[in-house]
Design a protein around this ligand. Structure first.
Ligand code: ATP
Ligand code: MG
Length: 384
C-alpha cells in the first residue's frame, strides 16, 4: 500500500493523431512545473500517477498541479494490489458518516469480479464498519472511487481537487499578448493560455509620462501570469515618441484610434520576428470608446494575423472574478497610469472610419516611428 497522486486529464481531446503530442506536452509541462520537487511519475491510459514524493510537500505539489492546463483533477490516492482482500482491507478503514456510494472502474477485465459486483461487496464492507453510513447512489455525500488498472495496480481515492482544465500549454502554438497594466489583459492572456497557447507579451510605456513603477507593475503581472504560462518573454516598447507625434500632428479625436493601430502594427512585427501566430488583447465590446465594433474594425484592419479577444463578450464583473481567481487583480488595481491615459482626448471618436484614420496617419512618419520603437525594444524573460 502506498500513497500516490492520481491525476485525470481531458480524455475528450485524446483522439486521432493529436493524442500522442497532447500527452507528451502534458507530461513535459507537469515535470517542468514540479521541477523543484523530487518524485516519480508513471503514465497509465488516460491517467498520470505521481509517487515517491515527500509527503510534507504533498499539498504544495497539488497546488502546483492545479495550474497545469489540460488536467481535470488531482486526487490523493492509495495504491494497493488488485486483489479483493487488499482492497476491502483498506476500504474497511475509511470512516464514513452519512451517505456514500462506491464507484468502481475496472480497466483490467481479468479481475475476477465485475465492476457492479465489486461495488456491492465494497459497499457492504463500508456498511459493516460504519454505523451511520447509508448508501445513496444518486446524490451521495461521499464518493469512494476504486480503479482497478493493469499491472496489479488498484487506486482508491475519495476526494478530487479540481484543476483548471483546458489544453496543454503550447499545444495550440504561440501568440503575443498585449499586456497593459489593467485588469483585462492579464485575464485575456490566462484564458488563451488555457486553450493551449504559449504566450509572449508586449507592453507599451510612455516613460517619462508614465512612471518606472508602471513598468514594474506590468513585470509583476507577467510574473503572476507565469504561474500558469510558464516562462514569458516580455517585450517592452517605448511609445513616448509615437504618442508625442500623434499628439502634435493628428486630430485629438482620433488619437487613441491611431495609437491602437500603431500598437497592432508593432505587435504584428514582433510576431513575425518571434514566430508567433496570433495577437491577443483584453478588449471587451463597448467597454470604452476604443472598443466599439467600429473602433475594433479600424484597429483590426492594419494587421493580417488573427487577433484573439477572449473577453469580447464578458462583463467587467466576470472579468474581475477571474482576475481575483488567478491572482492578478490586486496588482492590476495599483494606481499607476497606462500610456493610454497620457494625452487622453476629452472626446475620443466612438465610430471611427478607416478612411479618416488613414488620412490622419499621413501626418506621421509611421514606418520610421515603428522601426525606431522596435530597435529600442527591451526584452525581459519572466520566470516565476
Ligand atoms: P486593460 O484592463 O487590459 O488595460 P482596458 O479596459 O484598459 O484594458 P484599453 O486601455 O482600451 O482597455 O486597452 C484594450 C487592450 O489593448 C488591452 O486589454 C490590452 O490588450 C491592450 N493595451 C492597452 N494598453 C496597452 C499597453 N500600454 N501595452 C500593451 N497593450 C496595451
Ligand atoms: Mg488599459
Amino acid at each position: 500500500m502506498k500513497k500516490v497522486l492520481f491525476i485525470k486529464f481531458g480524455e475528450l481531446f485524446l483522439k486521432g493523431k493529436n493524442k500522442k503530442e497532447f500527452e507528451r506536452l502534458l507530461l513535459e509541462n507537469i515535470k517542468r512545473k514540479l521541477s523543484s520537487f523530487s518524485f516519480n511519475l508513471e503514465q497509465v491510459v488516460g491517467r498520470i500517477i505521481i509517487f515517491d514524493y515527500d509527503e510534507m510537500e504533498e499539498n504544495l505539489i497539488i497546488q502546483n498541479l492545479t495550474t497545469v492546463f489540460g488536467l481535470i483533477g488531482v486526487s490523493k490516492a492509495i495504491e494497493v494490489a488488485s486483489n479483493f482482500d487488499e482492497i476491502s482491507d483498506f476500504i474497511s478503514k475509511i470512516e464514513i458518516d452519512g451517505t456514500f456510494r462506491v464507484n468502481v472502474k475496472r480497466a483490467d477485465k481479468n479481475f475476477p469480479l465485475t465492476s457492479v459486483e465489486l461495488e456491492r461487496k465494497l459497499g457492504e464492507v463500508v456498511l459493516n464498519h460504519n454505523k451511520n453510513a447509508k448508501v445513496d447512489l444518486h446524490n451521495p455525500e461521499h464518493n469512494i472511487n476504486v480503479e482497478v488498472r493493469f499491472n496489479n495496480e488498484t487506486f482508491i481515492y475519495y476526494e478530487t481537487i479540481k484543476c483548471d482544465g483546458g489544453l496543454p500549454l503550447g499545444s495550440g502554438g504561440r501568440a503575443l499578448l498585449l499586456l497593459s497594466g489593467g485588469i483585462d489583459s492579464p485575464v485575456a492572456g490566462y484564458l488563451m493560455a488555457k486553450r493551449g497557447l504559449k504566450i509572449e507579451a508586449v507592453h507599451f510605456h510612455s516613460y517619462p509620462y508614465t512612471s518606472e513603477q508602471a513598468k514594474e507593475k506590468v513585470i509583476t503581472l507577467a510574473k503572476e501570469l507565469s504561474k500558469y504560462c510558464d516562462e514569458i518573454k516580455l517585450h517592452v516598447v517605448s511609445f513616448t515618441k509615437i504618442q508625442e507625434q500623434i499628439h502634435m500632428n493628428c486630430d485629438s479625436e482620433y488619437m487613441i484610434t491611431i495609437m491602437r493601430r500603431i500598437m497592432m502594427r508593432i505587435a504584428e512585427k514582433i510576431c513575425e520576428q518571434n514566430e508567433l501566430g496570433a495577437i491577443i488583447t483584453g478588449e471587451s465590446l463597448g467597454q470604452v470608446a476604443s472598443q466599439t465594433m467600429q473602433s475594433i474594425n479600424v484597429t483590426n484592419s492594419v494587421v493580417t494575423l488573427p487577433v484573439f479577444r477572449p473577453l469580447i463578450a464578458f462583463d467587467k464583473e466576470d472579468i474581475v472574478e477571474i482576475a481575483k481567481k488567478i491572482g492578478t487583480f490586486e496588482t492590476s488595481i495599483l494606481p499607476y497610469e497606462d500610456c493610454c491615459t497620457v494625452f487622453l482626448p476629452k472626446h475620443p471618436v466612438i465610430k471611427p472610419t478607416i478612411k479618416k484614420a488613414v488620412c490622419q496617419e499621413k501626418f506621421l512618419q509611421i514606418d520610421d516611428l515603428i522601426r525606431e520603437a522596435l530597435n529600442t525594444k527591451e526584452e525581459i524573460i519572466i520566470r516565476r
